[in-house]
Write a protein that binds this ligand. Sequence first.
Ligand code: FES
Ligand SMILES: [Fe+2]
Length: 412
Amino acid sequence: MIPVMHLDADVRGILESLPDLAGYGAAAPMLPAACYTSPEFFEFERRHVFTRSWICVGRQEQIPAPGDYLTPKIGDEPLLVVRREDGSIGAMSAVCQHRGQVIATEPGSAGRAFRCPLHFWRYDLEGSLVAATRIDDDAIHDCLRDTVRLPVVRLENWHGFLFVTLDEDAAPLGPGLAKLEPFWEGYEDADLVAVPPTMSDTPLPWNWKIHAENFTDAYHPEFVHVGTHDFAPSIHPDGGVEITPMTAGDNAIVRTVPLLRPDGGMMEDGWGPEAEFPAIETLSAEQRSHVTFAMIPPGMTIIFAPGAVSYQLIGAIGVEATLASNDRVTAGGWLLPRSTFEAEDFEERAAAVRAGGKKIWVQDIPVNLGVQSGKKSRFAPDGRHYMPLETTLEQFNAWLLRMYHAAWKAIA
Ligand code: FES
Ligand SMILES: [Fe+2]
């Protein structure tokens, strides 16, 4: 159940100025600048869009043993994502059903049961109440145990990535990501090891959509990333970027670019021929000569490169405050063959990959600041001038439009 809020007049005005949904399954015009600058609109997104989306909260390897849990927060909802006794993974509310204490806010291990810190009620790993304290009457205790449980939240495990949604009616995650399946081919035959990232705790001073657009924009690398991205060009005489078509049910925005030589990847100076993470032998020749950038809005990006899958989690905490976990700001966010991970020089190679990623990142910072700043201008453009290489941005607009309209309809 999603709480209904009074729709702020400014938010209503922005929603009313959005294009109709009809005709925009695959691509949509630029959205009003206020979608990037209005704190009220961000609050609408936080409470009504993110809560209706599938959000990646981590990897299954982060909770290997029964009782291990993560503590994501979606919108205002603190959650527990836990490995149960039978090895399956489930999600539920972290709010104790006695008086509403949040049971845990940091990841950890609960053993066989969660214990609420306020009055020590205990819940098993499925969320059922197993013990309340100081109740002498067995009948009352039994009744509580039969009726009290932590509300269940939907979770899907997609290639080891754990996604949750608070929307009981959300379409299943898997079909919305079907267009990414071909890119997984061969990776999971390589005995992958997950190196989860750390979420940065320093907010980036721009809107989460600007962060996502920067990731998915195939037009800017040749200008902004001179020297670091030339090896993975969007334009190439033998065929440049390929943008996977978008349909109305898609939850992914995908582009694939060629590498100038097979088996290239991230080096200390950015994309280059001598990848620090060696190419994965189970990949096809096609995969070993391309890199695919996929955005899974609103909270995740993933890159399929010849030597690694790398991913980033994005957490929006304010209209101009975005947290990111990636191998550019923090560390990790990789799926790597065990042979890569266990190599003696792994730490040096990982440091070089981070350095390369950071060089790209440092080039992106001023342009993200510039775009955020431009959104506040009375002269902010209305987006009539998208170029062909910006199809992914129009696809992202279509996704946003769909989510905004759905949220608006649900609370109107
Ligand atoms: S609020 Fe959790 S036991 Fe009382
Ligand atoms: Fe960039």
